[in-house]
Design a protein around this ligand. Sequence first.
Ligand code: GDP
Length: 469
Amino acid sequence: MFNSLRKEINQMVNRSLDRSLRIAVTGLSRSGKTAFITSLINQLLHIDQRENNHLPLFEGARNLSIIAVKRMPQADLSIPRFDYEANLGDLSAQPPRWPQSTRGVSETRLAIRYQRNNGLFSYIKEKGTLYLDIFDYPGEWLLDLPLLEMDYQQWSQDLHHLSVGIRAELAQAWLAKLSKIDLKAEANEDILAQLAKEYTAYLRACKQQGMHFIQPGRFVLPGELEGAPALQFFPLIHLAPQQWKKLKAEAGAKSYFAVLNQRYSYYRHKIVKGFYQNYFVNFDRQVILADCLTPLNHSAQAFLDMQEGLRRLFKNFHYGKRHLLNRLFSPRIDRLLFIASKADHITSDQLPNLISLMRQLVQEGGRHAAFEGIKTEYGAIAAIRATRQVLVSEQGMQFKAIQGARSGDRQQITLYPGTVPNKLPDSDFWRENKFEFEQFEPQPLLPGEPIPHLRMDAVLQFLLGDKLN
Ligand code: GDP
């Protein structure tokens, strides 16, 4: 009798303890989202009830209160599944290779069964399940938020200001074709498609030069909209204010000008707004990854461009009461984690500098001290650690260096990657410093072992710690 009552109470308590948490992961392309989610799932799946040496900073793993972690069918069937198996397959291949990067949204669900530590009654063995939904989406999509406040002319003029230096050079071919179009003439679908394709090629070329401020964000990562007319428009950056005025007064309903206006408007209202409405507002916690090291390899303009891209991306989270995002959608994110990724490219003594650089990028030199009402943290991690740190002796002195298989020829190399600037680099800095952050191939995975990482346990503690008590 007492036993069955206890069982019943147990079940009741367990049911009430089940909860779910939606964590979104974003970052510009190649910032390390795929690597991050693959590693996060892998670290959790390797938790076991005897010991968890791979996650010393994650309380639930260290004190063995997590009983089991399982993959589950995802909640939203319309969203593509995050392909964990394929990614793990890539890392386990001989030789191992990096998994395929994020191209659109994807989702995955885990169930974490855990023992409660501070339960109601000590004699009831309280267990709970945390359903964890992990949602991956390109950061480029967040660059489109300002479009909600700009009409076609304002947007075009905004981009006109950015078209200088390398960007202006790369835009030349597309602009030459665009200037030949009579915007008052009847629109030809094929020509629009072709020009949009060339505009997209220009955006891709910018990316290749290490520049990340890309608008519209969907053009480079269209997801399911590949080839759709909704993405076949472009900014009219060559027009002067007088020409806009004239076109608005004179262009007919079937003209290029009218069709471009309609498509821009559709993109804003249906695609950009749709993303925030359907997905963004449902996230509980957000991880934002940034690769702050690779742009240091390129140029001052590439770095400034990344800074601009990130500034616009971060703006999505600086939401105070009057912020556009809050006014339109009231998001519910309560924790925000900014991560400088690929920290295995530098020696451990440089980690504080990397975190400090990241902080400065996020806070624009301290102007936004905090994200209103959101618990925020900054970290540097390697989701998939491809290097080892070693000590090298030279002329009686010892240096920290890193060792790994160089990208391409897979030759084992040892190098001292240099000093990471701890604040936003100025022009003197670019004259005096030269960076060569090599790319590395992933290390072979040992059978049954988790993916080697750096500080993924601290990440798990911040994201999940309070939910597993
Ligand atoms: P995504 O576009 O944001 O999904 O980026 P990925 O996760 O695909 O990462 C892009 C590339 O960055 C990978 O192919 C790797 O070359 C590199 N990378 C990502 N994470 C790490 C890491 O933790 N360590 C190292 N060394 N390289 C990484």
